[in-house]
Design a protein around this ligand. Structure first.
Ligand code: HEC
Length: 106
């Protein structure tokens, strides 16, 4: 009984964390990267968002680089492509990286 309760709490925590990450993504990232990571939004096209449903695109970037870009922002040739999201926690950032990795697995 105790084990079942522990498992239920654990599962709820995991699912909630996932839902939070998805909410952050749809609120703060989807306008450029697209709801499924395609990057084909108006802003995404303007800034040159890549297609993260493409596994070749995913292969070229490490988890560390992704996390750094989310935290500190990304500049290409001196131009800001994306500003950093300094208010996100490391846990949220790890979750966002995992979420973006899943775009290529569908
Ligand atoms: C204003 C538009 C914009 C927003 C908002 C935005 N990004 Fe980006 N992001 C870009 C562009 C443009 C690039 C560079 C091209 C690419 O990799 O898609 C980029 C690159 C990235 C990269 C790859 C970094 C690398 O080293 O190649 C990751 C990961 C990323 N964004 C995640 C996120 C996450 C997570 C959010 C939300 C918290 C977010 N972005 C919000 C525009 C945006």
């Amino acid at each position: 009984m105790k084990l079942q309760i522990t498992l239920a709490i654990l599962l709820t925590t995991l699912l909630t964390a996932r839902a939070d990450t998805a909410a952050v993504y749809s609120k703060q990232c989807a306008k450029c990267h697209g709801t499924e990571g395609q990057g084909d939004t108006k802003m995404g096209k303007k800034l040159g968002s890549k297609d993260y449903t493409d596994s070749e695109v995913q292969k070229k970037v490490t988890d560390e680089a992704m996390a750094r870009a989310i935290k500190e922002g990304l500049k290409v040739d001196g131009k800001t492509k994306m500003k950093g999201f300094e208010d996100l926690t490391d846990k949220e950032i790890t979750g966002l990286v995992a979420l973006m990795r899943e775009f290529a697995k569908k």
